[in-house]
Design a protein around this ligand. Structure first.
Ligand SMILES: [Fe+2]
Length: 200
């Protein structure tokens, strides 16, 4: 029967493979993006991902001394989905919106994995591993937040594609900042901004 340490090293082997898959996929996603902002964000995270791989090798040192890799089917699936979007026949902002979401899905997978690993390493009293895992988890979170910020702009451009007129971005952002949180069914932000624009 597996103990917690074996469970942890199995999961380490899987996230190690997941990170390695990402070192190849992220530069391709960056290249496929139309927005230079997304290109830069994804390329920066691709560079960081190499550091994540090396940090995991240090975590392996703490536990069993040798590096092990186990195929992450979950990451392979997320990347396959992203690649489908890369090849999709879509307007550039629409494809960019999809690429950001695809990248964020991989971030959330990693955040969950690192969160669990960190907790297990802590329970096993391996402080050095906790520190290394936390460092990577923080970088994944920062990337996710940064992608969220870019998405708030790209998604509006994507929503407006094909419509007869566009909502100026400053009106949309102002309406989001000033709108108080309401109970019950939420209003579609683009539709609400469009209504405000019509009555202005
Ligand atoms: Fe990572």
């Amino acid at each position: 029967m597996k103990d917690l340490k074996e469970l942890l090293t199995d999961e380490l082997a899987e996230i190690y493979d997941a990170e390695k898959q990402l070192t190849k996929a992220l530069p391709r996603l960056a290249e496929a993006a139309d927005s230079p902002e997304i290109q830069r964000a994804l390329q920066k995270h691709a560079d960081q991902t190499w550091e994540h791989v090396q940090r995991l090798e240090q975590v392996f040192d703490v536990f069993e001394g040798k590096v092990r890799s186990k195929r992450s089917e979950a990451m392979a699936g997320l990347i396959r989905e992203a690649m489908e979007w890369m090849e999709a026949d879509a307007e550039p902002p629409v494809r960019d919106a999809a690429l950001i979401l695809a990248a964020q899905k991989t971030e959330h997978y990693e955040m969950a994995a690192y969160g669990g690993l960190r907790t297990w390493a802590d329970l096993l009293g391996k402080d050095e591993a906790v520190m290394l895992l936390e460092q990577t988890a923080d970088e994944e979170k920062e990337t996710d937040e940064f992608l969220n910020e870019i998405a708030s702009r790209i998604n509006v451009a994507a929503a407006e594609r094909g419509d007869e007129y566009e909502i100026p971005l400053d009106i949309y952002l102002k309406s989001r900042r000033s709108a108080p949180a309401k109970k019950g069914r939420s209003k579609h932000p683009v539709a609400s901004a469009r209504r405000r624009l019509k009555t202005a």
